[in-house]
Design a protein around this ligand. Sequence first.
Ligand code: UDP
Ligand code: MG
Length: 225
Amino acid sequence: MPAIIDKIKRLFHPHSEVFDHDKVFVIFVLGGPGAGKGTQCAKLVQEFGFSHLSAGDLLRAEQNREGSQYGELIRQNIREGKIVPSEVTVGLLRNAIAAELEKRKENTEQGWGDGKGRFLVDGFPRQMDQAHIFDEQVCESKFVLFFVTSEEVLLQRLLERGKTSGREDDNEESIKKRFKTFVETSMPVVEYYKKHDKVIEIDATKSIDDVYTHTSAAVRERLSI
Ligand code: UDP
Ligand code: MG
């Protein structure tokens, strides 16, 4: 549909979601860079059959996709620890959700099949407008898993990861900028969801397995299985 018609429709139906939140279960996974979001998500995938969508990974894949019109824009923002324009990231997430629902529509295991599914949206929303756009126009999220630890721990983990990750932003200069963006731009998102009682805070300082004990219990309770 041409963008202008889509916009006019939304003026009259601002809350029409692309995916029905009664069928599609979305958890946002937030926390400072290096908090262990990706690691905990991988374990949730194993236990509960989630599809794990990392906004950062989707952006890096798009950056490297031949013919992408956004490659340079994404690269610059990531290196500077800034937020890529929301339409780009929301579009990538929306496409990824649609593709996954399509792929798993025949398989009715673990909350899937017939347009149903469960998603971990990792590293998103990182800015207030993204939260509104996603909840109102893509699919209303159920809650936020928020992994918390100190900046010292985060820095150590990122520098360690930087030795092998090959990521252009795992160096001290980019890391500092990412911390700043996290505090100034992403924390307001967490505060907003806290006000709506939608945040589950998890201490991410301990070992992967210790943290996962809490993560798993919190998710199990809310999936009511
Ligand atoms: N990013 C963005 N919008 C998002 C998510 C990520 O612009 O919604 C960019 C941002 O520049 C961020 C980078 O991608 O610093 C890396 O994000 P990722 O989630 O991979 O980093 P992590 O927090 O997991 O270390
Ligand atoms: Mg990550």
